[in-house]
Design a protein around this ligand. Structure first.
Ligand SMILES: Cc1cc2nc3c(=O)[nH]c(=O)nc-3n(C[C@H](O)[C@H](O)[C@H](O)COP(=O)(O)OP(=O)(O)OC[C@H]3O[C@@H](n4cnc5c(N)ncnc54)[C@H](O)[C@@H]3O)c2cc1C
Length: 472
């Protein structure tokens, strides 16, 4: 059945981009740069989406930023970061990137440390898994020669590929741990192309942080977009995507406006996008992802480095196997990512900060929040205490800093501020690598196109704008 409604439009654009997160801003800048009349519609009052910021206790907090992946030094133009900055006409020095000191994967009997110097990880593996080093080096060769961004790659389970090179299950689990938790919509495994993207971005390139956190990057993106003539409206969400039976022709907004567009680029996620199309026009669906997280942020009066502790990120796992999956309960305290933002090379934070991320189940938090707000707040408090117990196990015994304040967010917070169904962070397991949808003129960018993280989603926005609008 096709839509018979004739629409009267309030205004018209070449392209409407849904969402002012990283991918939406990346796409918007490219389009505005090439003189397309482009409008970004963002339902929230600020930009950033999953990687945004807020103020609490009179302090600035970042939502998503532990670290930016894909570090490359100034002048490196062929790296993902170099290409991204070139495409957006942003100078490397404008970000004032500070590199990580070192990070560690902690399993019950073994630790593996890595820095932005890949040889450190090779040495660690040679020392702790001497029988595996040859296989590991061959795996690295395969990774270096693999074209992970080819839109034609077939999906294949990464663990089965990696286990042809490595025999130690512990080593396999340790290598996968940071890659899964920083970028897999699948549970327990990931697509091999995504594995290669994450391996290169974390182990071969590494972690860094812009001075001033995510605000620095967002301000630069917003400034660039505005200077190029792009339009952006906050608190103006997309209610419906209008389809005339043959092609997408525009959107209807939460303010009741109908806006015409030749193309619509959506960064809100695949299931979320398809839910905005009239029921009778449904051609497809996408699963809602199950991977979501809680995060507890501790502000302390002293910094971990005051106690001789210099880890940037701890990937902590208290089991022999790493269970990267929905925990089916409020949170899983047997594994965590613990980020110490003070421990980048340059620390611009006036106080100590510790961020603890647990895998979590949306359904439990949602039910509790809707049934009993007080119990929800108490559960957050209990989780904060558990998180601090985990942190204390990792910090030196002499650690005696006072906690100045604690802030916690849950999957329901993520859902509320980003609109992602189920508070999912890495989107649907059903990705559209080339960004196409069954609806002509409607494309996906960002999380559900498949490139994740700050650098990944910016690159996704850029490449989808290039492919589906600028090269047409
Ligand atoms: C706790 C946490 C920690 C993270 N840590 C890191 C990290 O350390 N390093 C890293 O690289 N990445 C990290 N990430 C992941 C990273 O934030 C995301 O992969 C990336 O920001 C996704 O960007 P996006 O543009 O694809 O999607 P989103 O950021 O989800 O952007 C989508 C935008 O669309 C808007 N929107 C939704 N529905 C509508 C609608 N109907 N109308 C209009 N607008 C709408 C949303 O408000 C949002 O702004 C983290 C994420 C979280 C949640």
């Amino acid at each position: 059945m096709t839509s018979q409604t004739t629409h009267t439009f309030d205004r018209e654009y070449d392209t409407i981009v849904i969402g002012a997160g990283m991918s939406g801003l990346g796409a918007g800048i490219r389009l505005a740069m090439f003189d397309k009349k482009v409008l970004i519609l963002e339902k929230h009052s600020i930009s950033g989406g999953l990687n945004s910021y807020y103020t609490r206790f009179k302090r600035p907090f970042d939502v998503g930023l532990h670290a930016m992946t894909n570090f490359s030094p100034r002048g490196e133009r062929k790296s993902p970061l170099g290409k991204l900055l070139k495409q957006l006409r942003i100078k490397h020095e404008q970000l004032n990137l500070s590199e990580q000191k070192h990070s560690t994967i902690v399993f019950p009997d073994t630790k593996l440390s890595f820095t932005n110097e890949f040889s450190i990880l090779i040495e660690e593996i040679a020392q702790k898994f001497p029988h595996e080093i040859d296989g590991f080096l061959k795996l690295v060769d395969e990774i270096k020669n693999f074209n992970e961004v080819s839109l034609k790659n077939e999906y294949q389970a990464a663990k089965s590929v990696v286990s042809t090179y490595l025999k130690s299950e512990t080593l396999i689990e340790m290598i996968f741990c940071p890659l899964l938790i920083y970028g897999s919509a699948w549970e327990d495994d990931m697509d091999f192309s995504q594995f290669v993207i994450m391996f290169k971005s974390i182990y071969l390139e590494g972690f860094c942080r812009p001075e001033g956190g995510v605000r620095t990057l967002l301000n630069l993106l917003l400034e660039t977009y505005e200077q190029r003539g792009g339009e952006l409206e906050f608190k103006h969400g997309v209610e419906k995507i209008l389809y005339d039976g043959k092609k997408v022709i525009g959107v209807q907004t939460t303010k009741g406006e109908k806006i015409k567009a030749n193309k619509v680029l959506s960064s809100m996620g695949a299931p979320e996008t398809y839910a905005r199309i009239d029921e009778q026009e449904k051609k497809t669906s996408a699963q809602t992802g199950r991977m979501t997280f809680t995060e507890t942020i501790f502000i302390t009066d002293k910094k971990p480095s005051d106690f001789g502790f210099h880890e940037t990120i701890y990937f902590y796992n208290n089991r022999n196997k790493y269970l990267y999956r929905n925990p089916q309960t409020y949170y899983d305290d047997q594994s965590a990512v613990i980020c110490f933002p003070n421990n980048f090379q340059d620390d611009d934070n006036p106080e100590g900060i510790i961020r603890v991320t647990f895998m979590a189940d949306y359904t439990h938090w949602k039910k509790l929040l809707s049934e009993d707000r007080k119990a929800y707040r108490e559960k957050k408090k209990e989780m904060g205490e558990t998180a601090y117990d985990v942190v204390k196990k990792l910090l030196p015994n002499s650690w005696d800093a006072k906690i100045e304040c604690i802030d916690t967010f849950t999957p329901t917070t993520i859902e509320r501020y980003t609109g992602h169904f189920g508070g999912t962070v890495y989107g649907s397991p059903d990705k559209s690598r080339d960004g196409t949808t069954p609806y002509q003129n409607l494309y996906l960018c960002g999380t559900d196109q498949g490139f994740l993280g700050i650098v990944g989603s910016l690159l996704s926005g850029i490449s989808m704008a290039n492919l589906h609008v600028l090269s047409q």
